[in-house]
Design a protein around this ligand. Sequence first.
Ligand code: 13P
Length: 255
Amino acid sequence: MRKKIVAGNWKMNMNLDEGHELVAGILKGLPALNNDKIVVIAPPFINIQHSYYQVEDTDHVYIAAQNCSTENSGAYTGEVAASMIKHAGASYVIIGHSERREYFNETDAILSKKTDTALDNGLKVIFCCGESLEVRDAGTQNEYVEAQLKAGLFHLHKHQLANIVVAYEPIWAIGTGRTATSQQAQDMHAHIRSVFAAQYGQNIADDLTILYGGSCKPSNAAELFACADVDGGLIGGASLKASEFLGIIEAMMHA
Ligand code: 13P
């Protein structure tokens, strides 16, 4: 059975003190998670080690980075290596978020290399995909997302797919308050799963966790997570308040 995951992407929010408070608040209200229902928290790089020390004794709560370098080490001022992220306590790294693709010009080739570097260094990858409003309006979102996945992930070997989570985040739903309908999410998630089935076989596709992201909140999480192919969420704004994040985790527990 594939895992269900609620992951909080803090983006560029929370200093060390604020992050400490937030993690403490989440831990305080956390339901009993298990191997199949887990929580991931992705703070800024500078908080990773501190957040890890806070969660290390809590089962099934993991830390993620929001990005990593394509390179393993060396003269790359300002970059953070996957090995450093792993050493600081993170288990996951988010790769290919639309904000990185758009504002930092991360191309498919860069994201494919980052995925390799992350996996080589023992991190699991939350690989993001998703179309703009323009693409959605043109009705070509399936082809668009498929192309992103092929370019970023389909060079991987079958055995590596166990360390990949896909997050579908339609750009028009990120931070806009405009959530995809559960039908739109289900349709795309089913499409993504079929694309993996065609490439890697049905068993691998059935085991792949596919998260939805984009204005997910406690009030709509239950409906989204009830969809057959929606295995949880990648949460932005609502992950910055313990009560809201916990409300979304609750929705996963009952899904
Ligand atoms: P919001 O939940 O704020 O829409 O952000 C989604 C997201 O980009 C998570 O990575």
